[in-house]
Design a protein around this ligand. Sequence first.
Ligand code: GLP
Length: 238
Amino acid sequence: MNIIKVKNDAEVGIEAAKIIINKVNTQHNITLGLATGSTPLSTYKNLIKNYQDKKVSFSDVKTFNLDEYKGLDGNHDQSYRYFMDHNFFNHIDIKKENTKVPSGIDTLHPEKYDELIAQNGGIDLQLLGIGINGHIGFNEPGASFDSLTSVVDLTPLTIEANARFFASKNDVPTQAVSMGLKTIMQAKSILLLAIGENKAEAVSHLVNGQISQEWPCTILQNHPNVTIIIDEAAASKL
Ligand code: GLP
């Protein structure tokens, strides 16, 4: 695991954008796996800035997002489709049809998402955040290491952590559609970002913990090409 330690959120965004831009500029027709949450916001900001400065183009890039809340359609301002459009896609030259986010409404055959990823030749670079409890995507503690995209239950801790984006805790969906741990592990390379002290314990498990379903992030120790970019606070328990 390649660990890049930087000072703060702003520097995480700069370093992550550099890695992504390098990939996009050197590999034609690249497929990116993308993440939501507060963590990748500074990365998307930097990618947009580099696009505006004509340092990168996303015109032949394809993307697959990790997850979506079950029950929210793409027009809901807390859906991950809305998040991606407003924080990234609407500001770059990506073709809208090349951006995929799991449907939170049509959830009958979530495994079709894996088929779509495979048809596109797989994910070249998967961007990840991490939950306080070590979840990646929405794969909560106990999730099978063999899981593909499916409908999953959110833990009370995750619902509470994400309540800050909703009017009240009761408005947070209790389920999501998420790429599985196996789906994530099939990506050719992984770039995980973590910011803030509340992620320090999860980061310590990610890097030094025993591999176990109790800390889903530990599965990444088995992946041959993982880079993590963490700020000082997230690195404080290493
Ligand atoms: C959410 C998302 C994850 C994200 C994580 C951390 O629940 N499903 O993909 O990595 O929680 O979010 P944040 O970056 O806001 O701390």
